[in-house]
Design a protein around this ligand. Structure first.
Ligand code: GSH
Length: 217
């Protein structure tokens, strides 16, 4: 098989890429990386010096592709299927990439900060950083609620890169900073995401690992 995805089934940035792969039934070999295992960490670092997953390896094209958004862009070019992730039209492509940045920077990273803090030793917690992250997530929820008022997907009628970016951090963010009741459009959008077969499959496959997610601060 041409593609190997180096990943972990609980990693939200890996979910983003898994959604894209499942959308188009792209065949790939999953390689679950245990970063606590020095040999597996070293192997990942050899592929990508930042040492984070996801990393996609394309053996047929002799390419190593890190970074979830870049991987999805790569799949859209070289393993194209019925779901197009980035539109051909330049302005629509820019808007889609902007929405992808919004979800990564203003939902995903603050969510990671809150969950990361739960894994810190008790004497190394960062309550101020966590409060800032929560405030950012709440402000992002308000923005998303407005964006999604007319229903549909993040960029309108077509499922895109922006939806791959939205689903994983909304799942985890809702666990650590629950959606407000009045954010009806955000809630409805998240329900549509959960019902999308690609994301439903990702969540189902992650279920056996959920016990590893730190539920308390
Ligand atoms: N900007 C990267 C972020 C990747 C990332 O943060 N991955 C996390 C898992 S969700 C990771 O590898 N964490 C392991 C570590 O930091 O040691 C992307 O979009 O792929």
């Amino acid at each position: 098989m041409s593609l190997t995805l180096h990943y972990h089934p609980l990693s939200s940035f890996c979910w983003k890429v898994l959604i894209a792969l499942y959308e188009n039934d792209v065949p790939f070999t999953p390689n679950l990386v245990d970063l606590t295992d020095p040999a597996e960490r070293a192997a990942l670092l050899k592929l990508s010096p930042i040492g984070r997953f996801p990393v996609l390896q394309d053996h047929a094209r002799n390419q190593v592709v890190p970074e979830s958004s870049v991987i999805i862009d790569y799949l859209d070019r070289h393993y194209r299927g019925r779901t197009r992730f980035i539109p051909d039209d330049a302005d629509s492509a820019r808007q889609t990439r902007l929405r992808d940045r919004f979800y990564d920077l203003y939902v995903h990273l603050p969510m990671q900060r809150i969950i990361g803090d739960r894994l810190r030793p008790v004497d190394r917690k960062d309550p101020h950083g966590v409060a800032e992250a929560r405030a950012q997530i709440r402000s992002s929820y308000r923005i998303i609620d407005g964006q999604m008022a007319s229903g549909g997907w993040a960029m309108g009628e077509e499922f895109s890169l922006a939806d791959c970016s939205a689903a994983p951090p909304l799942f985890y963010a809702n666990m650590v900073t629950p959606f407000d009741d009045e954010h009806r459009s955000l809630r409805a959008y998240f329900e549509r995401l959960k019902a999308r077969p690609s994301f439903a499959r990702v969540m189902k496959e992650a279920e056996p690992y959920f016990k590893l997610v730190p539920m308390e601060s």
